[in-house]
Design a binder for this molecule. Sequence first.
Ligand code: ATP
Length: 393
Amino acid sequence: MNIYLKKLELHGFKSFPEKTIVQFHRGITAVIGPNGCGKSNLVDALLWVLGEQRIKNLRGENNEDLIFTGSASKKPLGMTEVGAYFANHDSETYIARRFFRSGEGKYILNEKFCRNKDVQDTLFDLGIGERNYFIFEQGSVEKMINLKPSERRILIEEAAGIAQYLERKKETAGKLIIAQQNLDSLELVLQEKSNRLRELKNQVHFARRYREIKNSRNDLLKALLQKKYQAFRGDFDLQGGKIVEFMNGESALVKEIGDFDHGLLELEGKRWNLDQSLKSNQQFIFDHNNKLLEGSKEVEKTQQRQEFIKQKMAELEQFIAESEAEIKEIEKQEKALAAELDGFDRELAGQSGSDRELAQALETIRKASAARNIEDGHLKKAMFNLQVEISRN
Ligand code: ATP
């Protein structure tokens, strides 16, 4: 069963301030009423809820003209809402449109807010898109009867929906021209592409040739590398044997180095001991040298002293010689004095006047002789001491 308009609800739309419900049944529905009672307003409401955007088609200047403007008994309203119910055999679709004096507008689809586009898409899916219905305006029937046949044809074509097909034909012809132009440009592109294809084919040929050469080069390279690998492998095995030998030699060497290190350690110990004894010897030599130095100084001192003593001895010897000479002289003088005394004694015995003076002179001579004897004794003692000291050194 086809879709049909089931119900129209108006609230605050033009001359319908209160909620008004218009039920439509299957078949023809007629709304009858006196002039100005609002019959055309119902059509306007239906067009509006179906999404009409041109307010002039709804006999108004702007959206606000659609809201009830008030009457003698009713105040103007701030908003209007129109809802339409479309039904088929098993489902029902509700579309509504709302507008406020503030300028805000809303679309409702099955109780949910949506965009106008959603409403239009739904209507299109239901088969009641803009081009699927036609509304005869007031006076259209009368006008149609009075029209010339050619004008009537246009009107009928429009009502029957042929006009839209003619329009579509025109559009399609335009599209065909555009398609032809596109085809021409496509041919040009095709020409360019075929040239490009030729170039690409050449490039493919060269690429294939390049690949062949590259493959044969790779084969040669592979063979060469294989040969090199075999040579390298032989060399590697040989070197491997040498490495094993070298490693064996190395472990023997390591052992030898270990022994050597051990010996070296022992030698180090000995060397350390030697160093210690060398140090003590050096210390001993040093001490000895010091002693030698001191000894040589002592020797030098002794030599100096010997020199001094020698000199002293020489002086003493000279002194002794002089003293001995002096003693001899004194002894000689003593003998002379003794002889003289003897002469005096003899004279004393013969002379009496000058006895006393003579006795005094004699006493003086005796005292001088005693003093000389004492001095002589001292000299002899000093000589003896000197001789003892010289013999000690
Ligand atoms: P006719 O048979 O003469 O064409 P009608 O029944 O189609 O008349 P409409 O043209 O639908 O009548 O209604 C016109 C009436 O709607 C007018 O009385 C007009 O004042 C009223 N009307 C239009 N817009 C509004 C509005 N915004 N608020 C209140 N009333 C309005």
